[in-house]
Design a protein around this ligand. Structure first.
Ligand code: NAD
Ligand code: MG
Length: 393
């Protein structure tokens, strides 16, 4: 029996994680479940799993949570500090499934417990890779990657002989606009951008998958997690999302991990690691899939690929600035304040005007993140103003 805490239990990854652990109640005992403010879903999951604690990050939602859990012995709490505290309850396994860099502090708190931390939440690794990895080493925590590509690499990578790895190949579905021209992408709506062809995910990562910032963030994530030179990590477009990534060795052997495009497979791999556990999906039907296609990515139509590669190579604060600006731009796009192509433009603008020193501590990263957000918000304001003027004319 292992105890588990799910940070971000009401989202796409959180829901998939709950689905798996609820199938094996004799194997997992829930300590805490957290959400931003989705009280109905959080309370229902807490009752079903007999969680010890349920936490909303938005304190304004605490009263509703209390009434939803009235008459149970589930402890309720609210506010950012309460989420961080929930991460310190000593769970054997913590699932980091909050979206965005806002998940960094709770993940760091879980790491300090020295147990297993599963990272779906990729933004903290992008923004604060060195800080996160140093803390994991210091406290003896085990980090397991749930992102499907990184989980695939983890399964194929010979950690004892990293020098025998020639390349890591990250696969990328290409997103919903894989074949669209830049001109066609100009008028993309939030509804079109979140409709991913293969995966069902939260809104933010769906937009990232459409701009290909998701693949760029994953490039940085892979560079943090696996000890290979940055330029030996390549990206290839693979529209079927059946191969989740590959590792190429010096002898020419290329190992790939395949599976259905369902996050429950990589999540199950992490939950049971180093053992395996069953998932409810049908076995992969290769004959029904028929063929696997591959294409080169196009950094002209998808500038996110260039921006993320540059940020990775320059290092220091660049990945944190890129991530923060992207989070602000995606939120502005979803709120219809800017157009789709302006997401990358705002990231580019923010990177060009802000050049802080390399962050060395968690506090430094949070400061860079906050400043980059306020710069990006100003950029949104300028562009939004321009957009409105355009529409008046
Ligand atoms: P989601 O939007 O579906 O869920 C996000 C969760 O975080 C929810 O429980 C929400 O209540 C919580 N949350 C939101 N804002 C918060 C805040 N300010 N404070 C505390 N909690 C907050 O997102 P998702 O698609 O499940 O993605 C979660 C993370 O996993 C992201 O970092 C994403 O990049 C990564 N990821 C997701 C997928 C996927 O298939 N969905 C795949 C790989 C990686
Ligand atoms: Mg992924």
């Amino acid at each position: 029996m292992k105890t588990i805490t799910i940070l971000g239990a009401t989202g796409s990854i959180g829901t998939s994680t709950l689905d798996l652990i609820e199938r094996e109640p004799e194997r997992f005992e829930v300590l805490a479940l957290t959400a931003n403010c989705d009280v109905a879903r959080l309370a229902a999951a807490a009752i079903r799993t007999r969680a010890k604690r349920a936490v909303v990050a938005d304190e304004g939602c605490l009263a509703d949570l209390r009434s939803a859990l009235a008459g149970t012995d589930i402890k309720c709490a609210g506010g950012r500090a309460a989420v961080i505290e929930a991460a310190t309850m000593g769970a054997d396994i913590t699932m980091g499934a909050i979206v965005g860099c806002i998940g960094l502090e709770p993940v760091m708190a879980a790491i300090q417990g020295g147990k297993t931390v599963i990272l779906a939440n990729k933004e903290p690794l992008v923004s604060a890779g060195d800080v996160v990895l140093a803390a994991a080493a210091k406290y003896g925590a085990t980090l397991l990657p749930a992102d499907s590509e990184h989980n695939a690499i983890f399964q194929c990578f010979d950690a004892a002989r990293p020098e025998r790895v020639r390349r890591i190949i990250l696969t990328c579905s290409g997103g919903p606009f894989r074949t669209w021209s830049t001109a066609e992408m100009r008028s993309v709506t939030p509804e079109q951008a979140v409709a991913h062809p293969n995966w069902s995910m939260g809104a933010k990562i769906s937009v990232d998958s459409a701009t290909l910032f998701n693949k760029g963030l994953e490039l940085i994530e892979a560079a943090r997690l696996f000890p290979v030179p940055h330029d030996s990590i390549e990206i290839v477009i693979h529209p079927q999302s059946v191969i989740h990534s590959l590792v190429d060795y010096v002898d020419g052997s290329v190992l790939a991990q395949m599976g259905p495009p369902d996050m429950r497979t990589p999540i199950a791999h992490c939950l049971a690691w180093p053992d395996r556990m069953a998932t409810p999906m049908a076995p992969l039907d290769l004959v029904a899939i028929g063929r696997l296609d591959f294409e080169a990515p196009d950094p002209e139509r998808f500038p996110a690929l260039r921006l993320t590669r540059e940020a990775l190579n320059m290092g220091g604060a660049r990945p944190a600035i890129l991530n923060a600006a992207n989070e602000i731009a995606v939120a502005a796009f979803l709120a219809r304040e800017i157009g789709f192509l302006e997401i990358a433009a705002i990231v580019d603008d923010t990177l060009s005007v802000y050049h802080p020193a390399a962050p060395g501590t968690l506090g430094d990263v949070l400061a860079v993140d906050a400043e980059a957000r306020s710069i990006a918000r100003r950029q949104v304001g300028y562009r939004n103003g321009a957009l409105m003027k355009d529409s008046v004319v």
